[in-house]
Design a protein around this ligand. Structure first.
Ligand code: TXA
Ligand code: MG
Length: 311
């Protein structure tokens, strides 16, 4: 069976596959990741090819502890404070690579920086501790499709391209990690995600700049990304009464499904990708989506929805 529940045996299978430079899909608290040995060029090449991902789009490196992460990247005082406050958790830090860092240069697309995080998922942490070498892991889906929040989503997207999918149930956060660039003078948000910006700003006592460059520096910085097959229409409060249209509600806007009836943004983020997948069925040409407030996790939800709606 390709999808395996987590046990000592499946942990050993995963480590054996990583030793051979192969990839394994693993649960994290955000989305499922397609993980490979971050120090092995062959594994990194496999990750890019399994996902059909352009090689100029670098990967996130997963560690089990701050002391492990420090072997590979330079932590400023600010970075250390942020890491201590939010790791393990849905936050990725972009930091300068250390001299002699063994992480494959292919994994960071030749940049002199590294994107690092410690996932807050017991299975991911057990695997990282058992394997000891950091794991590079982008979301476990084909490039430009909706990220997987369940083991069966990984299978639906990648099928037999992955030799092993470890099932950890539904992910709890449901959107990818927030990416914060701390490699320069000022903290810069590269991607809104599962940790709210307000929470980070409060902790560090500074405003975080929003990345505005035109080069691709973070994910889905290509305009269309996270895209379902159906057309996505934003800020809709009613259906236009056409066949083949579904409404995804939020709060007072009651739809065919609701991201959160009580208007809770954490709940909405956790439901977002699963509901988009469930609504994206043959015969459905339009998914209309209720307005989502643009604060807290709403920033990440609206970011993903804008990309899903782009032509
Ligand atoms: O929640 C997550 O972050 C998930 C789980 C599996 O950990 N991973 C994930 O990976 O979303 P991915 O590959 O879909 O997004 C990683 C993004 C890349 O698109 C890239 O732009 C950015 O991280 N990134 C990686 N290394 C970078 C670097 N050195 N500088 C700037 N951005 C970087
Ligand atoms: Mg992705």
């Amino acid at each position: 069976m390709l999808i395996a529940s987590f046990s000592q045996r499946s942990l050993e299978n995963a480590c054996a596959l990583w030793d051979e430079g192969q990839v394994v899909a693993i649960p994290t608290e955000t989305v499922y990741g397609l993980a490979g040995d971050a120090t092995n060029d062959k594994a990194i090449t496999t990750i890019y090819s399994v996902k059909n991902r352009p090689v100029f789009n670098p990967l996130i490196i997963h560690c089990h502890s701050l002391s492990q992460a420090k072997r590979y990247a330079e932590f400023s005082l600010r970075a250390e404070r942020v890491a201590n406050a939010f790791w393990p958790g849905p936050l990725t830090l972009v930091l300068k690579r250390r001299m002699g860092c063994e992480i494959s240069l292919l994994a960071s697309a030749g940049l002199d920086t590294l994107a690092l995080r410690i996932p807050a998922h017991p299975i991911a942490l057990d695997l990282l501790r058992a394997y000891e070498i950091p794991l590079a892991a982008p979301s476990a889906n084909l490039s430009n499709t909706i990220s997987p929040t369940r083991a069966q989503d990984v299978y639906a997207s990648l099928g037999e391209r992955v030799p092993l999918i470890l099932d950890g149930g539904d992910t709890s956060v449901g959107v990818e990690s927030t990416i914060l660039d701390l490699s320069g003078e000022e903290p810069v948000l590269l991607r809104p995600g599962g940790l709210a910006l307000e929470v980070i700003e409060k902790q560090i006592g500074e405003k975080v700049l929003h990345y505005k460059g035109d080069e691709i520096k973070a994910p889905g910085m290509t305009k269309r990304h996270y895209a379902p097959e159906a057309k996505v229409k934003l800020n809709m409060t009613v259906k236009q009464n056409k066949q083949g249209e579904v409404l995804l509600g939020f709060g007072a806007v009651v739809g065919d499904l609701s991201l959160s009836l009580s208007g809770n943004l954490e709940e909405a983020a956790a439901n977002l990708f699963r509901m988009l997948r469930d609504l994206d069925q043959p015969g459905i040409h339009t998914i209309s989506i209720a307005p989502i407030p643009n604060h807290g996790l709403g920033l990440a939800i609206n970011d993903r929805l804008r990309r899903a709606a782009a032509d």
